[in-house]
Design a protein around this ligand. Structure first.
Ligand code: SF4
Ligand SMILES: [Zn+2]
Length: 481
């Protein structure tokens, strides 16, 4: 049992106008119910946890830079930043990443407050009901201050700053991105072969009960917020907590990245739902995805290539669907061949989907993201990877790849590989998933054109289909002679 669960129901939040507890963690706030919204896809923001010297901060101090909720209009949307500063004799800088990730969970304990995602992708809502009871940012600050101190008794001081002033949030986001970059860079250069342990995380099981993150030095968590070093720091301070050691065990497949120890842990921690993980492939047994992935890697059967769409991309993938629809299909802790959530730092991994062909298999990226990670992409491939501009749909994608002579075109001359997942498998896997494992925002399977190959010379083409069936059974009708 986690420390934070024990504190539920205790008197520590009696002075707040709303309840605070684990019970509210899964609470969703839809746009109809919301009073105000902070950051998110239509605005911007970031969160940071920073360690300080004892004399640098004041315990319990909560500062709001910009308007408080009391000064906001119903339905408003504001840029937003959260800075949590902590101090204590035993507080180590190495813990910043892990403490930062808990902001998400602790804000979600507050009744009527919803926090999604992490780092510069945060998205918060406060509902009308809690606002009516008097909930303010100051109260949320008080709640997270107390939760941090209860969960990590070695933290002696916590100071929280919320920023809602647009220009100040802008400055904050810029600084935060530099800090994220420095944090991510620390782990670059460490290889999976050089370490004897990986780390696991089950923080997202409150939303995706069968999801387990396995974090290696060459595969950052899919939320992008927990690196191997962060996992190690967290497991050291509380080995029984949500972050734990994963003994690698025997290496079963060095290319796909399959380890006996990883499989064992994944099976145990997923309650038996997932039995194998290929850490460096999106086919067959890919890493599961909860809902807070920074990006989704997806197989494109029509060109036998892999595309990646990032959370901040508002346009359409070549399938004609946006990130949000694909997130509904790929998330929820269900293992689906051909889809996996990734942290964007994984693009810098030497093992980047190495079992599938690595960068030689990458055919599509949002333009802005492609520019952002230019230095990670092999220079000879950079111009050969399509974007929404050069390939807005599947037909254009195929033509583009042909025109630039992308290495994928070599594969077209060979036979279709055995590991190619079919959309039918995707549909079946989603339908088999228990309702409780699905993310809250489940989009129906709605690929613009899903081809379901079937034996017997028939082909079913579903155009802009929305499939709600529990099961689809296709039976050949005997012709009467
Ligand atoms: S996405 Fe993975 S690493 Fe990140 S908080 Fe969730 S379970 Fe942990
Ligand atoms: Zn998650």
């Amino acid at each position: 049992m986690r420390q934070s669960e024990k504190i539920e129901g205790e008197v520590m939040f009696k002075d707040l106008p709303v309840d605070v507890g684990v019970v509210y963690e899964g609470e969703r706030i839809r746009s109809k119910e919301m009073f105000v919204e902070f950051a998110g896809p239509k605005s911007f923001g970031a969160e940071l946890a920073q360690t300080r010297r004892m004399d640098e901060i004041q315990d319990g101090k909560i500062t709001i830079i910009g308007p408080e909720i009391t000064e906001m209009k119903e339905g408003g949307r504001y840029p937003f930043a959260i800075l949590v500063e902590v101090a204590g004799e035993k507080v180590e800088k190495d813990l910043e990443g892990i403490l930062e990730r808990r902001i998400h969970e602790f804000i979600n304990y507050v009744q009527g407050a919803m926090h999604l995602n992490q780092r510069d992708a945060i998205w918060l809502r406060v509902n009308k009901e809690s606002r009516k009871k008097g909930l303010t940012l100051n109260h949320i600050g008080k709640a997270i201050t107390r939760l941090f101190k209860a969960e990590y008794p070695f933290i002696e001081k916590v100071q929280v700053t919320f920023i809602t002033d647009e220009s100040k949030v802008k400055e904050f986001v810029k600084k935060a991105r530099e800090i994220y970059g420095e944090r991510d860079a620390r782990v670059r250069g460490i290889k999976e072969e050089e370490v004897d342990k990986f780390y696991g995380c089950v923080l997202c099981q409150s939303f995706s009960p069968s999801h387990v993150c396995v974090i290696t030095p060459e595969r950052i968590s899919l939320c992008g917020a927990i690196s191997w070093l962060d996992g190690r720091a967290a497991a050291r301070i509380n080995p029984e907590g949500a972050n734990f050691e994963v003994e690698k065990g025997n290496l079963l497949d060095p290319i796909r990245g399959e380890y006996e120890g990883v499989n064992k842990v994944v099976e145990k921690r997923s309650g038996g739902s997932v039995k194998r993980f290929f850490l460096h492939s999106i086919f067959s047994f890919p890493h599961t995805s909860c809902g807070c992935f920074e990006a989704i890697a997806f197989y494109i059967p029509e060109v036998d290539g892999i595309g990646v769409v990032t959370r901040d991309f508002n346009g359409l993938t070549p399938f004609g669907i946006p990130f949000s629809t694909m997130a509904g299909q790929a998330g929820g802790g269900v293992q689906i061949s051909g889809f996996t959530g990734i942290g964007t730092e994984y693009f810098r991994s030497k093992k980047f989907f190495q079992a599938d062909g690595g960068y030689n298999r990458l055919v599509w990226l949002p333009k802005i993201f492609k520019e952002r990670i230019k230095d990670a992409i092999p220079p000879t491939l950079y111009d050969k990877i399509a974007t929404e501009e050069t390939a807005p749909d599947l037909k254009a994608l195929k033509e583009f790849l042909q025109k630039v002579n992308h290495p994928i075109t070599e594969r077209w001359k060979e036979k279709v590989p055995a590991a190619v997942p079919q959309m039918a498998e995707v549909v079946e896997a989603k339908n088999e998933a228990k309702a409780s494992e699905r993310p809250e925002v489940v989009a129906p399977v709605a690929l613009p054109t899903a081809m379901v190959p079937a034996a017997g010379g028939i082909k079913i083409i579903l155009k802009n289909a929305k499939i709600y069936a529990e099961k689809v059974i296709i039976v050949r009708r005997e012709e009467k002679k």
